[in-house]
Design a binder for this molecule. Structure first.
Ligand SMILES: *Cc1c(COP(=O)(O)O)cnc(C)c1O
Length: 418
């Protein structure tokens, strides 16, 4: 059973002041989870989680994470600008980009952000862009091929295709990049890899860590570079489906520690500081999209039309992603009906759910679409002239705060030249 973090009574009060649809976030859940992540890696003195800003670029939420000790992982000019305006400083900002613009490197360097290079050619490009190489630089590794984790102890499989991914450097390239950077004056180095997305196996991070730890030890031998940092990136997932189980972040932390002690410590690399760039894991379960049932339509199938659409949450339309739906106030009602829950875009993929078993719905019912806290509002767009929704924060004290207002038609027209 997936339980919403907000009750029908609370939602009735909130919707009396804020029209649907909107994304609502749970401060208590965000803080508690951030503390669990930091506790899981507290054994590593310098550990820092750099929240992947692209997942939820909302300053109020970035600041909550900053208060919990997190940094910001940015990958574009405006994400860097947002991190700066939020008050992230220097090495609290990681810049992990690809196909990067010179002005992005310039801003990252001016802010003192940690720069993570995606490609060998960017060694020269970075130096041309900023006029030097920074003292500390990270390089991103791509092992190629297919990454699989067989059904391990927890029975969850992981499979992804780094060989099809545009990111990172090959094994010979990363060694060459480190050598070149060292020759240009860089002093300390970090390495990074992102091998699989939305993994709900406890084995993913430990396996990735082992790959990066071995690579770090080899690269130290080969290049003489002082590798001080290892960035385990993002990719820890959340259980979108009610039958899936959440990962155990404390156990993941312990298993990474075991690999650290087995591989890095004997290699004389016990000073390595770990970092992560989690997005989904930090935020997805602590946000939901609240939308109201507008219409029913009965043709060859049964449709429940709501006032949100794929422009508010594109994951179901684009990836066929599952998002659980709760009819608020009908949590305990039997699921006796089957609906396609649709938005209003003139695109047939605009369905939050297909053949979903739900309690019998009425017009005006509030639906809670779960786990939209990451890659939800942030992936929104204006197709069909749809206006992007508001973002609200349910604070720890039960009050509700507007973090981002809904767009107005004036916003939509603002960039046009008539
Ligand atoms: C998207 C992204 C992340 C976050 O990924 P999640 O799946 O949300 O954890 C981290 N690092 C980089 C470089 C990314 O592009």
């Amino acid at each position: 059973m997936k339980k919403p973090f907000v009750t029908k009574q609370q939602l009735d009060e909130i919707t009396a002041r804020h029209p649907t649809p909107f994304h609502l976030y749970d401060e208590t859940g965000i803080r508690a989870n951030a503390r669990r992540v930091n506790a899981a890696f507290a054994w590593n003195g310098g550990f820092k989680e750099y929240f992947a800003v692209k997942a939820t670029p909302t300053p109020r939420l970035l600041n909550i994470l900053r208060e919990e000790g997190c940094g910001a992982d940015c990958s574009s000019l405006t994400e860097l600008m947002m991190a700066e305006r939020c008050g992230f400083r220097g090495s609290e900002i990681m810049f992990t980009s690809n196909n990067t613009l010179a002005e992005e490197y310039r801003l990252a360097h001016r802010l003192g952000a940690v720069i993570n290079l995606d490609d060998l050619t960017h060694v020269d490009f970075l130096r041309q862009s900023i006029g030097c190489v920074p003292e500390t630089v990270f390089c991103r590794y791509n092992p190629g091929g297919v990454f699989t984790l067989g059904a391990g102890k927890d029975g969850v499989q992981v499979m992804d295709s780094p060989g099809e991914a545009k990111y990172g450097m090959t094994r010979p390239q990363i060694a060459q990049a480190l050598r070149q950077l060292k020759d240009m004056g860089a002093k300390t180095f970090g390495i990074h890899a992102f091998l699989a997305s939305n993994t709900i196996s406890n084995d993913y991070y430990p396996e990735l860590a082992a790959i990066l730890f071995r690579l770090a030890a080899e690269l130290k031998q080969e290049t003489g570079c002082h590798i001080r940092y290892i960035n385990l990136s993002g990719g820890i997932g959340v259980p979108y489906r009610p039958e899936e189980e959440a990962v155990d972040i404390a156990r993941i932390g312990q298993e990474v520690q075991r690999r650290y002690e087995e591989i890095l410590v004997p290699a004389g690399m016990g000073d390595v500081q770990l970092c992560s760039e989690l997005g989904r894991f930090m935020m997805a379960p602590y946000g939901c999209l609240v939308t109201r049932v507008l219409h029913f339509k009965h043709i060859y199938k049964e449709y429940a039309g709501v006032d949100a659409c794929a422009a508010d949450l594109m994951r179901p339309a684009v990836y066929g992603a599952y998002h659980h739906i709760t009819a608020s106030g009908k949590e305990d009602a039997p699921c006796t009906c089957r609906y396609d829950v649709t938005g209003s875009l003139c695109e047939n993929c605009d369905k939050f759910a297909v053949d979903r078993e739900l309690p019998e719905l009425q017009r005006g019912d509030l639906l809670i679409i779960h786990d939209t806290g990451a890659h939800g509002h942030s992936m929104g767009y204006n197709y069909n002239g749809k206006l992007r929704s508001a973002e609200l924060l349910l604070r720890a004290d039960g009050t509700v705060e507007l973090m981002r207002r809904a767009e107005t038609p004036e916003d939509y027209f603002a960039t046009l030249v008539w």
